[in-house]
Design a protein around this ligand. Structure first.
Ligand code: SAH
Length: 180
């Protein structure tokens, strides 16, 4: 989503470490790879082999695959792969439109991954969560994400929600969590 990309362009620097927790078609992974550059490192997760393949192909076309580690596995295993000191973690929730067997993210896995992401963040690092409520299970996942955010200590984290006021209530919105 454009607002998420605006944040990433503003805050990510060459040499940073970043994570795409839901690669999907790879657009976010591509932006992360471009922003951190060859001196940086990106981890990308997706449970669908087709998403990992599409992301790999996109990175190859743009010549930025060497700084990216793609993992065909769930983001609930984030901490098994990613070391501490992460600058940005991006989640694009819901399902990938157009995929043959739409596979949605789940509250359980999303919350598990968010907990690990928060632990691994560097100070000043942030998590971007693009939340979708227009599909079955979407409202429950959105509520789980917001509940998780509300429980974060304000001494350690800032947590914002950003909705579009001139769109239907089911329009996707962005949640930003920053480690202070
Ligand atoms: N709703 C967005 C796209 C979301 S893509 C839009 O409309 O643009 C969400 C991706 O998350 C899918 O590719 C799906 O395979 C992936 N996914 C689902 N569960 C996952 C998990 N546990 N770990 C990592 N990726 C997961």
């Amino acid at each position: 989503m454009p607002l998420a990309h605006f944040f990433l362009r503003e805050r990510l620097r060459s040499g940073d470490v970043a994570v795409d927790a839901t690669c999907g078609n790879g657009q976010d992974t591509l932006l992360l790879a471009r922003l951190v550059g060859a001196r940086g490192r990106v981890w990308g997760f997706d449970v669908q082999a087709s998403a990992i393949a599409a992301t790999h192909a996109l990175l190859e076309v743009h010549g930025v695959s060497s700084c990216v580690e793609l993992i065909h596995g769930g983001h609930e295993r984030l901490a098994q792969f990613v070391p501490p000191g992460v600058r940005a973690v991006v989640f694009n929730l819901g399902y990938l439109p157009g995929s043959e067997t739409p596979l949605t993210t789940t509250p359980e896995n999303t919350i598990a991954a968010l907990g690990q992401a928060a632990e691994l963040l560097a100070r000043g690092g942030f998590i971007l969560i693009c939340v979708y409520t227009g599909h079955e299970g979407g409202p429950e996942e959105a509520e789980a994400v917001e509940e998780w955010c509300r429980a974060l200590s304000p001494k350690l984290f800032n947590a914002w929600s950003s909705r579009q006021l001139n769109r239907p209530a089911v329009a996707p919105y962005l949640v930003v969590v920053e480690k202070v």
